[in-house]
Design a protein around this ligand. Structure first.
Ligand code: WQD
Length: 353
């Protein structure tokens, strides 16, 4: 029997369908690849409000088959219920959310309705259909400006600095309350640090709409000549070179953390469970270190200048990811250089299109 037929047979015999909400987005699409490689059958729901149809072509080229995708807002109980039943969903990874910090401050209701409304709808449909397993996209932003480094999951959650950040904090609280109430759910929140890079094939990667807010797409677009100059937001922070420090994690490492989390939840069965994990490398790198590493690997000089600090930025944050290693058997494997190389390869092939 041919390999695709064997795969199909395996899919039909075991219930391994995972619904990936926001599966056409940056982290979602890479997680779809990691899921498929681990033997799961990913099914996407995405309204393409912040992603592009071309992502599905990239996934098809990487995986060799078309990933089922429903084009719809996931904050719709009827659509979700139909999807759960039709596709025999066994677990969910919930990425679908708005994520622009600035916009969230201007349009709070839009963010609360979308990010929290979709989570509540999803939980209701899970209860109705008896699906227990859920992985939730949370963020290191819950730590705010940490009192000590690296940050550990037991550290206090600081008041959110943005509406977006608050939707992540409240999302975590909703999930914790569900388990505390004894509802039949098994949930893991993953607190992401700074995802960067792309799939090494350069067939999928980050597709920021308009001017990027995040550092790495800004670097690669500047190197490609799309942006004139990178502004390094401040060099007067109390860090070795004065620029901010973050924990940059390769998006494929982050994607694989979702698979590890899903596997840790185990087989569907009775009981309630909630837990939270940091998903970072455990290493802090400064903005200027990223600039130098990028110049080194690309062989190009980056046009940058030191600009003023950006409002809302914290000085430094990086993860203690020991818990993920001990309890999920997961740790980041790819280096900063590898992540920047993959980001650069992705940017270069975008230009060829
Ligand atoms: C990184 C560093 C900037 C752009 C992101 C997400 C956030 C959360 C965590 C998920 C900072 C500096 C940036 C530029 C610069 N993830 N910078 N010039 O702010 O750490 O947060 O990851 O929820 O939602 O947005 O990431 O990439 O914007 O910034 O100097 O043009 O790069 O000051 O120190 P951030 P970022």
């Amino acid at each position: 029997m041919c390999l695709p037929c064997l795969r199909l047979l395996k899919f039909k015999m075991t219930n391994n369908t995972i619904l990936v909400t926001g599966g056409a987005g940056y982290i979602g699409s890479h997680t779809v690849v990691a899921l498929a490689e681990a033997g799961y059958r990913p099914v996407i729901i995405d309204d393409f409000s912040n992603s592009q149809q071309s992502v599905l072509d990239g996934l098809k080229q990487i995986l060799g088959y078309e990933v089922p995708c429903v084009v719809h807002d996931c904050n719709d109980p009827a659509t979700l219920l139909d999807l759960f039943q039709r596709e025999n969903v066994r677990g969910v990874i919930h990425f679908a959310a708005f994520k622009a910090v600035g916009e969230s401050m201007a349009e709070p209701l839009k963010y609360y309705r979308n990010n929290l409304g979709s989570l509540i709808t999803l939980l209701e449909v899970m209860l109705e259909t008896g699906v227990t397993d859920l992985i939730f996209s949370s963020s290191c932003t819950v730590y705010g400006e940490p009192d000590s480094l690296p940050v550990v999951e037991t550290m206090p959650v600081k008041p959110a600095a943005s509406v977006y950040g608050n939707t992540k904090q409240v999302g975590e609280e909703i999930l914790r309350d569900m388990a505390a109430a004894g509802k039949p759910v098994k949930i893991i929140s993953l607190r992401y640090f700074n995802p960067i890079g792309a799939h090494p094939s350069a067939l999928i990667g980050e597709l920021p709409l308009g001017v990027p807010n995040n550092l790495v797409p800004y670097i690669t677009q500047t190197a490609a000549g799309i942006r004139e100059q990178l502004s390094v937001f401040g060099d007067d922070y109390p860090t070795p070179d004065g620029s901010c420090i973050r924990d940059y994690i390769h998006v494929m490492d982050l994607a694989e953390a979702h698979v590890a989390a899903l596997q840790a939840l185990g087989q569907p069965g009775p009981g309630s469970h909630y837990d939270v994990f940091n998903i970072g490398t455990g290493l802090g790198h400064s903005v200027l270190e990223l600039v130098r590493t990028f110049e080194n690997l690309s062989g190009r000089r980056l046009n940058y200048r030191i600009g003023p600090r950006r409002a809302g930025d914290i000085t430094a944050v990086y993860a203690d990811a020991t818990k993920a290693w001990e309890q999920l058997g997961w740790s980041a494997k790819r280096s900063l250089r590898e992540a920047l190389e993959d980001a650069w390869r992705w940017q270069q092939q975008l230009e060829k299109k």
